[in-house]
Design a protein around this ligand. Structure first.
Ligand SMILES: [Zn+2]
Length: 450
């Protein structure tokens, strides 16, 4: 699942002006620190004037993908196009702490309206990843049977189910997915992750030896507040494990389509080390993991509590070679080239009067389609598996209808473009097996026909 609304409930009153940074927050040396405007509760968006980690004002532009509609802006098929917002997607890099971030924060109430559909986060890759995480914890930082494990944004409890046989676990989840977790025996506070929830938990359940937060760290506007809240939940020797999209594979494999307004930050390990350092925490272990097309798992703990493993230095070394300002510049040029390459490929297909159907409508497809400028004249429809809430709607910013997947096998279009191209190797044999006879277009990292 791509969304966890943390911090304030949607009904909460606007909280501007934003409170000052929490007590543990220390700006990086030499960087001025001022209060930042918050987008939450504004009903609009706020331009990022200062780095979201270190507060530096001189952010450098990396890439501009134009104005993108919110990925959930999917009107019903047949409705007339009407006014709708689109937000600039500019990517910026901080030369001080190296954080790569979006240049605009949109009010979460716009991105995650109450109607925002709950989609299960329990894909096979995710389930395996969580199992592997619990094995890694057991081997590197063994927990005793009394140690409490808390998952922030615990969804349907899949992650915690791997820790539950060992000892106490607790989920914190604001959506109805938390009820599914409770049904399967995972104790869950159905609540936003804010100070009052934390106070209640520490009073009723005690402190956690391990706190996990997967795929939520890039979505929340005030990341310092999140870390301070996690620290409050933990025992003094507690460990915080977080998983986020990782900038290195994003750049390496041209995953610019993962850039949209739900993802505020694109972390490198360097930027995370700097972030935790501001809260007197060490990153003690880190590794790349395969989820979401390439993510990073980071273990952090209070300064000096655990030795720092070699994995940290190794990953930082790789980043120093591959995530320089020049390499990011190269990346931006390649993004533009890949757009032109995909257009050329599609032009040749359409010149022959052939059909192109899209397969899969993940959030990232919206960025690809809108940035490349694919419309209903180019792509006849996008297909989703039966039961998807996206069926019967238009792709964001277009009049491309989303239809049920069986249409692919009935119509046998000449081409199927894989919009979940990061799992193309997994998808192609499945679609073949089910009877699709046309060719596949894999739009990225190099537009190609398979
Ligand atoms: Zn910075």
């Amino acid at each position: 699942m791509d969304v966890v609304a943390l911090g304030a409930s949607p009904e909460a009153k606007p909280t501007n002006p934003k409170p000052t940074k929490p007590p543990g927050f220390k700006p990086m040396a030499g960087v001025p620190h001022t209060a930042v405007k918050s987008a939450a509760g504004t009903g609009h968006s706020v331009v990022v004037e200062r780095c979201q980690i270190c507060d530096a004002p001189d952010l450098e532009p990396v890439l501009f993908l134009g104005y993108l509609p919110p990925v959930n802006a999917m009107p019903a098929i047949g409705s007339r196009p009407c006014e709708q917002p689109a937000y600039p997607a500019q990517v910026l890099r901080c030369p001080h702490c190296s954080l790569v971030q979006l240049g605009l924060v949109v009010d979460p109430a716009i991105l995650f309206p109450p109607s925002y559909p709950y989609t299960s986060g329990t894909t096979r890759v995710l389930r395996e990843n969580f199992k592997e995480l619990s094995r890694e914890v057991a081997s590197l930082y063994p927990l005793s049977t009394n140690d409490l494990v808390i998952d922030v944004g615990s969804n349907d409890g899949t992650l915690l189910s791997n820790f539950a046989t060992r000892g106490p676990v607790l989920g914190i989840e604001p959506t109805n997915a938390g009820k599914l977790a409770i049904e399967r025996g995972i104790p869950t506070y159905i609540s936003f992750f804010n100070r009052s929830t934390i106070r209640r938990i520490t009073a009723e359940e005690g402190h956690a030896k391990l706190v996990t937060a997967t795929n939520v760290f890039a979505h929340i506007e005030d990341v310092h507040e999140v870390i301070e809240s996690v620290v409050e939940l933990m025992t003094p020797d507690g460990i915080f494990v977080t998983e986020s999209h990782y900038l290195l594979p994003l750049v390496r494999t041209m995953q610019y389509d993962t850039i949209y307004h739900e993802h505020l930050r694109y972390y490198s390990l360097r930027s995370l080390v700097n972030l935790f350092d501001m809260h007197d925490m060490d990153v003690i272990h880190a590794r790349p993991i395969p989820t979401h097309g390439g993510s990073i798992r980071v273990y952090a703990a209070g300064r000096g509590t655990y030795p720092v493993r070699d994995t940290v230095r190794q990953m930082l070394d790789a980043e120093e070679r591959e995530l320089t300002a020049e390499k990011l510049d190269d990346f931006a040029k390649k993004v533009a080239q890949s757009k032109l390459g995909l257009c050329a490929l599609l032009r040749d297909i359409k010149a022959k009067g052939q059909r192109v159907y899209g397969v899969g409508a993940p959030s990232r497809a919206s960025t690809l389609i809108n940035y490349v400028g694919i419309d209903a004249g180019v792509m006849d429809c996008v297909l989703e598996i039966e039961g998807s809430h996206k069926i019967g709607k238009y792709m964001p910013g277009t009049l491309i209808p989303v239809c049920e997947e069986s249409k692919l096998f009935e119509d046998q279009p000449e081409y199927a473009m894989l919009l979940s191209w990061h799992i193309a190797e997994e998808l192609m044999p499945k679609l073949r097996q089910r009877g699709f006879r046309g060719k596949f277009i894999v739009p990225l990292p190099e537009p190609s026909i398979m």
